[in-house]
Ligand binder design. Structure first.
Ligand code: AMP
Ligand code: MG
Length: 318
């Protein structure tokens, strides 16, 4: 059995000991749960890839307690990275910078760059401060599965390979961090998240220069539960669900409206941030309820709505 523990002093001490021994520790961040290991130890990082079944060319985000620690893993800062870090750290923003030669290739997926982030979650902060090591941590799910936003999601996906799971309750943001290439003069968004291009543009005065380029991870199949996922237009979710129900399917609904008769309510939300927070848990609830089809109501693609619609479309394509 996986050891799921409270993030009290005893739990943190066990997690720190496991990380120092080169073992894996899952911990909550404000975005999703991370599967952490010492980023500078090749054997430890390899264990992350094998526990997740993650393709080796998909690099990991290195988590640090504060911006000063970033010097341990980057070759150099840029003025843009300094501005972004000052504005958004700790927070759900990952910066891609030139990697220090000390970072093992397994961590960076063989790239010359490294992704770094200072998370804004009390448990992640305490753990990173006490362990005092750069911690590589992708999402703590099996590769291709919905990301974990609760400790039981991690335990269900990963089992034995993880030494300790710190249970910090549900993650407040619910979608993964925004990934930005910060090596140039203007931010290039590699993956959408809750720090939006509007936020980055306001800081940088170049909202439309925040051109989109894909991050290695966005090539892979993602976020797919073992049922069909259908995207419904706002206002149309209830009707779409009833239509599928009448065809004889077992249907689940994630929407701003209550589930009609004979449809299982997987989650209710009021706005894009609410959908982001509940989205992955709702996909896992669809599996538990053994629905054939999960109908999810779309949100407007502004702000965090862009990140959640990106994840929703990928889930639906799976
Ligand atoms: P995950 O931690 O599972 O959310 O995945 C981390 C994301 O960050 C993936 O999409 C990676 O491809 C991306 N990433 C990590 N390191 C880099 C890097 N050096 N350059 C570009 N993208 C990166
Ligand atoms: Mg992931």
């Amino acid at each position: 059995m996986v050891d799921v523990v409270a993030p009290d002093a005893g739990g943190i001490a066990r997690a720190v000991a496991a990380l120092r021994a080169g073992d894996l520790v899952a911990f909550p961040t404000e975005t999703v749960y991370g599967l952490g290991a010492d980023a500078m130890r090749e054997d430890a990082v390899r264990a992350i890839f094998s526990a997740k079944g993650r393709p080796p060319d998909n690099p990991l985000i290195v988590h640090l307690a504060d911006a000063a620690q970033v010097d341990r893993v980057v070759r150099s800062w840029t003025p843009l990275a300094r501005r972004l870090a000052a504005a958004w750290w700790p927070g759900p923003l990952t910066l891609v910078l030139d990697a220090s030669p000390d970072v093992p290739a397994v961590t960076t997926g063989g790239l010359a760059t490294v992704a770094v982030r200072v998370p804004d979650h009390p448990v992640a902060q305490t753990l990173l401060r006490e362990v005092d090591l750069p911690i590589a941590a992708p999402s703590a799910n099996r590769s291709g599965r919905p990301s974990p936003t609760r400790a039981d999601h991690v335990a269900n996906d990963l089992g034995e390979g993880v030494a300790v799971v710190l249970d910090g309750g549900p993650c407040p943001v619910g979608v993964e961090s925004t990934v930005v290439d910060a090596r140039g003069d203007h931010p290039l968004i590699l993956r959408e998240g809750s720090i939006t291009r509007e936020h980055l543009g306001a800081l940088d005065g170049s909202a439309n220069r925040a051109a989109r380029r894909a991050s290695p991870g966005t090539r892979y199949r993602h976020y797919t539960p073992d049922c069909r996922v259908v995207v419904a237009s706002p206002g149309d979710a209830s009707q779409a669900a009833t239509g599928l129900r009448d065809e004889g399917w077992r249907v689940g609904l994630v929407a701003t409206v209550p589930a009609p008769d004979g449809v299982i309510e997987l989650a209710r939300f009021v706005d894009a941030a609410g959908l982001a927070q509940q989205f992955y848990a709702a996909l896992r609830a669809a599996e538990t309820a053994e629905v054939d089809v999960a109908v999810v109501e779309a949100v407007d693609e502004i702000g965090v709505g862009r990140a959640v619609m990106d994840r929703l479309r990928r889930a639906a394509a799976g």
